[in-house]
Ligand binder design. Structure first.
Ligand code: THU
Length: 131
């Protein structure tokens, strides 16, 4: 049920996306261990590289409000299944390499594990790459 709700929230927040350059709007919803949900949409910029993806928007909202333990993230866009970009995978892995990544739409989604999407990633604290 948590997952279905998370996907619904990701779908809802997509309406706030600011994407005048790509016209590709994305919504994301992040679930914390405390069962709090943070949502985010993509926010583009005329200097293209300053664009922020929906996944990173909800993550920075959560961290800046004191939440760091994440269990799942749902991502919604106008494609069958959106796969998070490499930068977002890296930023999510900073907090939990095992987070569930839910892609698709309400009632029709797939569940991935971030470690499978970002294998052998660098981990500063252990001083070695994680398998
Ligand atoms: N985008 C996201 O917000 N999340 C993704 O997982 C992939 C891409 C955004 C960035 C940009 O605003 C637009 O989608 C096209 O790349």
């Amino acid at each position: 049920m948590d997952i279905e709700l998370l996907m619904k929230k990701a779908k809802e927040v997509r309406k706030y996306a600011y994407a005048p350059y790509s016209n590709f709007t994305v919504g994301a919803a992040l679930l914390t261990k405390e069962k709090k949900i943070f949502t985010g949409c993509n926010v583009e910029n005329t200097a293209y590289s300053s664009t922020i993806c929906a996944e990173r928007v909800c993550l920075v909202k959560a961290v800046s409000e004191g939440y760091r333990d994440f269990t799942a993230i749902a991502i919604y866009a106008d494609t069958d299944f959106i796969s998070p970009c490499g930068e977002c995978r890296q930023v999510l892995a900073e907090f939990n390499g095992n987070i569930k990544v839910i892609i698709g739409s309400p009632g029709n989604y797939q569940e991935k594990n971030l470690n499978d999407l970002l294998p052998f990633s660098f981990n500063f604290f252990s001083g070695k790459s994680e398998e």
